[in-house]
Design a binder for this molecule. Structure first.
Ligand SMILES: [Zn+2]
Length: 203
């Protein structure tokens, strides 16, 4: 089955045949790369999504930071951190952190699991195409690495005022950034769309 693909450079519509593993297709008019297939993309992405979900559970369940100053020790988790921002009057910031660091990444990981797991077993989840489209729209709004950068900057500044101990959640969060980045790089969206577009009964 061939699919119709538009060239990003010159807008030429081309019928693409199914590509072999590591194969690439180029535009016949301008020579730009149209798609490059990635071997075992669905299996590898699925494994990384599962790893990311486990790391995410650790990241939101365990203490993120422990601060010790003047004999007083305070532990905070990701959720209590957001709640503290909210109660201290920074409602906008609390909402942004909640959405971009907790809810959007969680929706994205759960959505990918919902779409990829049935594809791994050669079937298709209901509304999978719609879910995959939403996941792709959500991707730019997942900003865990920006949050991590902010945490690192504040850690350096706070180190002068108090003894700051990173918790297990901070390490899980740092690993999570790598697993999600690897998953995004490995996911062959063209292959997923192709698998989702196969008519019912022919898989
Ligand atoms: Zn072209």
């Amino acid at each position: 089955m061939s699919t119709l693909t538009a060239c990003h450079e010159c807008d030429l519509l081309t019928h693409l045949p199914p590509l072999p593993a590591h194969g690439a297709a180029y535009c016949p008019r301008c020579g730009s790369l149209l798609v490059r297939s990635k071997a075992n993309s669905i299996e590898r992405s699925l494994a990384l999504v599962l790893a990311s979900l486990i790391l995410f559970c650790i990241a939101i369940s365990f203490p993120f930071l422990a601060m010790k100053t003047g004999g007083l020790e305070q532990q905070t988790t990701l959720i209590t951190g957001v709640w503290l921002l909210y109660t201290q009057g920074m409602k906008g910031l609390a909402t942004v952190v909640l959405l971009t660091c907790i809810l959007f990444p969680l929706f994205q990981m759960a959505g990918l699991l919902y779409v990829l797991l049935p594809l791994y077993f050669k079937c298709r989840a209901p509304f999978a195409m719609r879910a995959f489209r939403v996941i792709q729209h959500l991707q730019p709004w997942s900003m865990m690495e920006v949050f991590m950068l902010g945490i690192l900057v504040s850690l350096v500044k706070l180190a002068e005022l108090a003894v700051v101990t990173p918790g297990i959640s901070l390490w899980a969060f740092a690993l999570l950034i790598f697993t999600t980045a690897a998953q995004t790089a490995l996911l062959d969206t063209h292959q997923v769309w192709e698998a989702l577009e196969v008519p019912d009964g022919s898989t």
